[in-house]
Ligand binder design. Structure first.
Ligand SMILES: [Zn+2]
Length: 80
């Protein structure tokens, strides 16, 4: 997995977030913060989002098993 592949993966997550309407008002979510969390030994890309219309908060979690193979550091370097 190259940095480019990882970036593509993260980009696709943002598409999912953009395609998900706010469950309260139907508005658009904007990503506030992206973190890598290990849940039950599996790395997850955890994205805190907030509705740009009503401020409703939602956390998106994306399973990211490749991060374990290729090292958390790489991804953290991209995100920071
Ligand atoms: Zn909303």
């Amino acid at each position: 997995m190259t940095i480019r592949d990882i970036m593509k993966y993260i980009e696709s997550e943002f598409y999912v977030i953009n395609d998900t309407p706010c469950e309260v008002c139907g508005g658009e979510y904007a990503a506030e913060d992206v973190n890598i969390d290990i849940i039950d030994g599996v790395p997850y890309d955890v994205c805190d989002c907030i509705c740009s219309s009503c401020g409703h908060e939602k956390t998106f979690e994306f399973c990211a098993p490749f991060i374990a193979e290729d090292g958390l550091k790489k991804v953290k370097n991209i995100l920071n």
